[in-house]
Design a protein around this ligand. Sequence first.
Ligand SMILES: Nc1ncnc2c1ncn2[C@@H]1O[C@H](COP(=O)(O)OP(=O)(O)OP(=O)(O)O)[C@@H](O)[C@H]1O
Length: 372
Amino acid sequence: MCPKVPPPHREREAVVVNWDDTAAMTEHAASGRLVGGGADGEDQAVEAALRPKDLGEFIGQEKVREQLDLVLRAARARGATADHVLLSGAPGLGKTTLSMIIAAEMGAPIRITSGPAIQHAGDLAAILSSLQEGEVLFLDEIHRMSRPAEEMLYMAMEDFRVDVIVGKGPGATAIPLELPPFTLVGATTRAGLLPPPLRDRFGFTGHMEFYEPTELERVVHRSAGLLDVGIEARGAAEIAGRSRGTPRIANRLLRRVRDYAQVKADGVITRDIAAAALAVYEVDSRGLDRLDRAVLEALLKLFGGGPVGLSTLAVAVGEERETVEEVAEPFLVREGLLARTPRGRIATPAAWAHLGITPPGSGSGQQGLFGA
Ligand SMILES: Nc1ncnc2c1ncn2[C@@H]1O[C@H](COP(=O)(O)OP(=O)(O)OP(=O)(O)O)[C@@H](O)[C@H]1O
């Protein structure tokens, strides 16, 4: 369950305003899954301890890191407020972490809110008018802000000014309000949904890519060190390989493997312990979980590999159409296991191989899923 209060780390490290938990829960409907993208209550508490605190500690994303480093150094050298920054990328890749790092590198306080929490222009005006000079405003899910608030943000970003409308109808008056210079850090999982006038007002846009397994191994080693958990290199590799390119998932799997190692072994995470623990949690060798595999199995066993319509596939696995489309499919497509075609969903040869099922009319089967 998601907590009803703002995440504890956000309270400690940053001022959280208008945090909308309902919206956060909707966006992260998959957060109950061990391999889901969103952060659940336990994640939020532990993430505070595991968050890299400066650019030097931040693993991977070399290009974004290098570019951001230049932007921040130059602003510091000029004694100016950093340009507005837009960060795009899937959940759990480090957008919130980077926004906190930006504030830390600029020696500025940070205020955190999210697009769905800003439904009226007045909500935004209240936040903007209380910012201190140089403060970082982190606006998560910026693509979900209301249109009137978005339009107010244009002027605030460009001219550090907003027009507060007082009254209604013909008698309404616009009162201009000067704002101190601030840095907006917008985060979005869907950069394509941002209207161009908003996108264009960011001085720097960084796209966060999924992480390479070797980078995730470094994340796992670093987190294990902070959590005081013993881990062997091959144990870290095993966890990293099942983490779907996402540090948040790597940290979550690490915690579950740590539990297993404590209860079933001497506490040290080896490759075999990691594989055995993740088999218990039904996270297979490529990071697929029960839902992902159910979708693939239905596609292969019931529909001969497709093509089959999304609705039919969803009924076959007993899930909502949206769940299959938004929760399971993106990763299956990214892994090259499933293709979306105009005629329906199709399993790729890699899907047959991964599930160890022999395609009709070919030779013998393949290996199991959880094996080392
Ligand atoms: N580059 C990194 N190096 C080390 N740890 C990282 C890195 N990026 C993210 N993490 C870890 O993953 C966790 C999730 O990151 P974060 O909350 O910043 O992701 P996010 O992109 O903001 O996700 P969301 O879109 O769901 O808000 C962090 O607490 C941090 O511990």
